[in-house]
Design a protein around this ligand. Structure first.
Ligand code: BES
Ligand code: MN
Ligand code: MN
Length: 458
């Protein structure tokens, strides 16, 4: 087939273009990288243009988004592809085998891995669609569907400016379906469509005791230590069954149906491999649910960071004035991030011992997502993935969050197909993040086939 042989021939160029993007440290959370954010957006815009699309960089109030389109197929459906060019900070940098923004191929040139920050999340994955579109335009001068791209620069900080951008750009972004590749396949060689994502409620709690740090010998025993208080409060957030002990937390949680649980069992998640990969000998969590259910269809609460007192080398005897913690909840339908934030705040305030004051600040949130798998475009994506990998495409739910996906439905009225091209062990947000070369090349083919399938089905 023309597209297949063209893709084969273009592999080295596709890889070197992705490498160039991976060399730009587009860390959205760090103001020191503002210039790199602009360079990355401009680079992406340029690649769209050279692929034959019209593209521009759009201000959003925060980091720019890149918009591109090819809309020359009147009567054919319109696909909006979403992705993000921003990445998480590379820390801790010393744990990388190679510098995070100097992409390398580890292993064989066909089956090895691209290692760099952003390799799978999300530069490598969204770039598959840029090249999937290009494959059609380069081999036939046309596409079976209209395509629009929205590649943003603030996903990793919660997409704070994207909803207003969608609201102001309804006409520009009008489409029939959204396609996102920013999740993972169920397992190598087992393609999957992600039909659910968890939501997020992220907050920061500050516990304040005495007005200044104190000598722990002169004052210890008479003053409530904010770190002790915080530890006590955090410990009260779970019960001994691994459930979140916040009143009302589960009130709006949709229970898994027997059919859904049977589907989880049929997927046969490899629990042993899961533990081995993470270097733990016991998994832990809510009693009564499997690992796979717990990381994708059940809500959780986790402490993401804890700050307080003396953390330098050696020992310093000090009774600190302040302690802080970052706490996140992963949410499932029909939990609401604002409501959960309010419930957890209330719990923390009530759990505080005498002698400290507690403040809870809300950070970003995301609503949980669940799509009906009968959506025709999901069936098209399933067919495209099965053609590429020669294996049945399964449906799974992802444990992470993509804040804008809920807004696509609310603001633009669009369903989203989450066509994950990465793997679960890609180490996203961790040192030595990777994206398989096979995932990259097959992902491009899956994208090209997807446009074909969508065009054929109308
Ligand atoms: N691509 C991930 C989300 C993801 C990964 C979902 C794998 C399902 C499977 C995304 O870039 C991400 O990291 N999201 C953040 C959202 C937050 C910063 C608002 C998350 O889930 O922590
Ligand atoms: Mn991502
Ligand atoms: Mn991410």
């Amino acid at each position: 087939m023309a597209i297949d042989s063209w893709l084969e021939k273009e592999k080295p160029r596709h890889l070197s273009e992705l490498f160039e993007l991976l060399r730009i440290p587009s860390v959205s959370t760090d103001a020191a990288h503002a210039g790199d954010m602009q360079r990355a957006a401009e680079y992406v815009r340029g690649r769209f243009e050279s692929a034959g699309l019209q593209a521009r960089v759009c201000p959003t109030g925060g980091h720019d988004a890149v918009y591109a389109e090819w809309c020359k197929a009147p009567g054919a459906p319109t696909v909006l592809v979403y992705g993000h060019y921003d990445v998480q900070p590379p820390d801790p940098v010393e744990l990388w085998r190679n510098p995070p923004f100097e992409p390398t191929v580890e292993g064989d040139s066909e089956t090895g891995n691209i290692v760099a920050r952003g390799a799978t999340d999300d530069k490598g994955q969204f770039y598959c669609h840029v090249k999937g579109v290009e494959a059609h335009l380069a081999t036939s001068g046309s596409l079976p569907v209209n395509v629009k791209f929205l590649i943003e620069g603030e996903e990793e900080i919660g997409s704070p400016n994207l909803r207003p951008f969608l609201e102001a750009s309804k006409e520009l972004l009008a489409a029939d379906i959204v396609v996102v590749s920013d999740t993972s396949m169920f397992a190598p060689g087992r393609p999957s469509i992600t039909v659910g994502l968890r939501g997020l409620a992220y907050m920061e709690v500050t516990v304040t005791g005495p007005s200044h740090d104190l000598h722990s010998g002169l004052f210890g025993g008479a003053v409530m230590n904010p770190i002790n208080a915080l530890a006590q409060m955090i410990a009260s957030l779970h019960d001994d069954q691994g459930r979140v002990a916040v009143a009302g937390f589960y009130d709006t949680v949709r229970e898994l149906s027997e059919a859904e649980r049977a589907e989880y069992r049929a997927l046969a998640h490899d629990d042993e491999a899961f533990r081995r990969e993470l270097g733990i000998d016991e998994d832990s969590g809510e009693v009564g649910y499997s690992i796979h259910e717990r990381v994708s269809a059940r809500p959780t609460l986790d402490c993401n960071g804890i700050i307080g007192g003396y953390t330098g080398p050696g020992a310093k005897t000090v009774l600190p004035s302040v302690a802080r913690s970052k706490i996140s909840c992963r949410l499932v339908p029909d939990q609401d991030p604002d409501e959960v934030t309010a419930l957890v705040s209330k719990h923390l305030l009530a759990a505080a011992p005498a002698g400290v004051t507690v403040e809870v600040e809300a950070h970003h949130g995301a609503r949980p997502f669940l799509v009906d798998r009968s959506v025709p475009a999901i069936q098209a994506a399933r067919a495209a993935m099965t053609r590429v990998w020669g294996a049945e495409t399964v449906f799974t739910r992802g444990g992470g969050s993509i804040p804008v996906v809920g807004d696509f439905k609310d603001v633009l009225g669009l369903d989203t197909v989450l066509m994950g091209l990465g793997l679960k062990d890609d180490r996203l947000h961790s040192p030595n993040e990777k994206f398989g070369l096979e995932n990259f090349y097959e992902g491009i083919r899956a994208s090209a086939y997807l446009f074909e399938e969508l065009g054929r089905r109308g």
